[in-house]
Design a protein around this ligand. Structure first.
Ligand SMILES: *[C@@H]1O[C@H](CO)[C@@H](O)[C@H](O)[C@H]1NC(C)=O
Ligand SMILES: *[C@@H]1O[C@H](CO)[C@@H](O)[C@H](O)[C@H]1NC(C)=O
Length: 159
C-alpha cells in the first residue's frame, strides 16, 4: 500500500514537473489555446450549418446564421453574396424528394470541408465536396466539386 501511494505521489510530481516544463517551453501556449478554441468553435459552426443547410434544407436559415453578406462564390453558376446563394439554392433544395447525406464535415485551419451525397429522384446521385473558408467565426468563401456517381472499374463505393 505505502509503496503504491509513494509511486502515485511520484507520478503526480513527475506529471506536474512535466506540465511546468512544457508550459515554460511554450510561451505561446495561450495562443495555442486560442487557436484550439477557435478551431472547436468553427467545427461546431460547420456541423450546425451543415445540419440546417443539407439535412433540414433550410438554405436561408443556414446562410443568414453563418454566412457573411459579401460571400465570395466560386461556383460559376451562382453570383457572389449571401442573398444570391439563398436565391439560387432555395428552389433547387426544395426539389421534391431531394436528400443530402453528410458523410464528413471537418475544419482545418481557416477551411471547412463537407463531403455530401446528393440524391435527387430521377437523376444520377452526385458526390459533392463543398469547401468553405472562415474569417473569424463567419463563413466568407465557398468552392465546390461535383462528381456524378456512375459506376466505373473500381468497385469501392463513392462514400
Ligand atoms: C467583405 O466586407 C468586409 C466588410 O466590408 C470587408 O472587410 C471584406 O474585405 C469583404 N470581403 C470581400 C471578399 O470582399
Ligand atoms: C446517368 O448517367 C448515365 C451514364 O452517364 C447516363 O447514361 C444517364 O442518362 C444518366 N441518367 C440521368 C437521369 O441523367
Amino acid at each position: 500500500m505505502p509503496l503504491l501511494r509513494v509511486s502515485l505521489l511520484a507520478s503526480t510530481l513527475l506529471g506536474l514537473t512535466c506540465a511546468a516544463y512544457l508550459q515554460g517551453r511554450h510561451p505561446t501556449s495561450t495562443n495555442e489555446d486560442n487557436q484550439y478554441t477557435l478551431q472547436n468553435k468553427r467545427q461546431a459552426i460547420l456541423w450546425d450549418f451543415s445540419h440546417i443547410f443539407y439535412t433540414e434544407k433550410n438554405v436561408a436559415k443556414a446562410f443568414n446564421k453563418y454566412v457573411t453578406e459579401n460571400y465570395t462564390q466560386h461556383n460559376p453558376n451562382i453570383l457572389d453574396g449571401r442573398q444570391a446563394a439563398i436565391e439560387a439554392l432555395t428552389p433547387l433544395f426544395s426539389t421534391e424528394g431531394m436528400v443530402f447525406e453528410i458523410h464528413q464535415a471537418f475544419v482545418g485551419g481557416d477551411y471547412g470541408l463537407v463531403h455530401v451525397k446528393a440524391v435527387t429522384p430521377g437523376q444520377n446521385d452526385t458526390a459533392v465536396m463543398d469547401m468553405y473558408r472562415f474569417d473569424g467565426l463567419e463563413i466568407v468563401e465557398h468552392w465546390d466539386v461535383l462528381q456524378t456517381m456512375i459506376p466505373g472499374v473500381n468497385p469501392h463505393p463513392f462514400f
